[in-house]
Design a protein around this ligand. Sequence first.
Ligand SMILES: C[S@@+](CC[C@H](N)C(=O)[O-])C[C@H]1O[C@@H](n2cnc3c(N)ncnc32)[C@H](O)[C@@H]1O
Length: 558
Amino acid sequence: MKRKKGQFTSSKVNPKGRESGSASLNGTPNDSQLENSCTHCDTSSKSKPMLRNGSAPTSPTTSCNVCELTWANKMMQTKTTVHPEKRIGHVPGVDVGQQFGTRAEIVATGLHGNWSSGIDCMSTSYANMDKYKSYTYPLAVSMVLSWQYEDVADNGYDVVYSSQGGSNLKGSLRGGYLALKNNVDQHVPVRLIRSHISKERDSMQRWFYTYDGLYKVVRYWAEKCTSGFTVFKFGLKRLEGQPPLTINQATYYEGHIPKSIAELRGLVCEDITGGQEAIPIPATNLIDDPPAPPTGYKYVKSNEVAENVKIPIRVSRCGCEGTCTDPSICSCAKLNGADFPYVRTGGGRLVEAKSVVYECGLKCGCKDSCVNRTSQQGIKYRLEVFRTPKKGWAVRSWDFIPAGSFICEYAGKLMRTKDIDNTIENNYIFDIDCLQTMNGLEGRERRIEESPSPVRPHIKTNVKKLEPEYCVDAGPIGNVGRFINHSCDPNLFVQCVLSSHLNIKLARVMLFAAENIPPLQELACDYGYPVGSVLDADGNVKEMACHCGASICRGRLF
Ligand SMILES: C[S@@+](CC[C@H](N)C(=O)[O-])C[C@H]1O[C@@H](n2cnc3c(N)ncnc32)[C@H](O)[C@@H]1O
């Protein structure tokens, strides 16, 4: 079945993994039977329990006999826990529960008790136990929802789950499907785990799972599916009172997110900024022996201006107070085409890449916290500079970064391009190139072939027609931006920003997130070199192999 835009890509758990549909004996009941029962179970004969939210229960004492206690017992009995190093699903913003890497891990942690089946059940043996005898078994405790079957529909809150095939069902429900029917009849909800496929930059596909809360199994029916078989279908509805679903934000990361600099492996510098940035930026090196920190430059937070470069002063100002809110009044919004370039969400996010972003300037009436000063407010994510085997230093974030977020400026020495010392190789020169961005494809798109490179070594390119007048040289002095590498499938984009003056030739070079970026993923932008554009001193085309690792890597940086 085709999925609607905005939903997850379909997932393909090994079909064998869902074949049996049989109930399993998982978890032994806890002796401390609860007198209270569950609103989730919706049975009036039972007294009122506490309504849990969608996150993993921590104590069985607040849980329902059937829909919570069993699961909580399993959690307590399990001997294996997911080591943080191995925990690889992540849903930012709202904690929707445990996040897992493999089916084995969701079984190991007890969230789902059956390795081979997508439906985990309490079997008929529970009927012999006093505290569970009022139920008809099997009863489904949890189910893993994937997209291997046709005729499955899922809009997040309402799910239609289909039994597989049909020939083996012989008109009656068995195993997990019988359990789901019993859930319907007895108003017992089931835990829903969704499997997702990761969109990895290295083109490897990996699975991860999110626990998405309790769903009521509202009905079941038999239906002829598109392959001609009759299948049983189950309609599920997410119970109210749980945290909002965030599956559309589920992202994948691998590795352990450090809680503090002290626990970093290979730490070679606690803060490369020397206290200049509001958030320290540590450097780690697990590659070199002996490990060494980045050297050969001085950290500067913002541009130092060469003596022969005169920065104009902007006389125009907006008359807003506090924060600019009304684009019909704010003159800075008007410069941006009658609207603000940023939305307030998440501390300011760029709505779309633009030729130039006009922020409020020194003389504007608004405060420093105005949303139209987003890039002036500095780095807000916990960045780390780390050593790579083939690309030298690189940058990553410990935090999830939403698309459109400001990452950092590309800061160094603001100088005239003609003053670059051609006798020294310099891999840190960034041409200030608003004109190119304007003539090109609105920044977010890959730069057009014939354009000059935005970052280039200190070697002349064979493209001269748009030679920018000014550049930022982050070689001898620079900020964290100088460590950001090139990727042929970048997660950052370059945005020229003007605030204290309006000369586009001297715009500041800012880096923004082009997409939602999971923690620990290397931050990289497209340097935009047309292949063959870099020449050596003798005029021969110079080549540099690209090690970005993207599936669409062009193979060469230039
Ligand atoms: C602005 S610096 C980036 C930081 C640099 N890796 C460092 O160690 O300081 C640009 C240089 O990094 C290296 N580099 C960046 N991206 C690369 C890539 N995808 N593949 C290979 N080398 C890369 C190249 O040496 C390039 O000239």
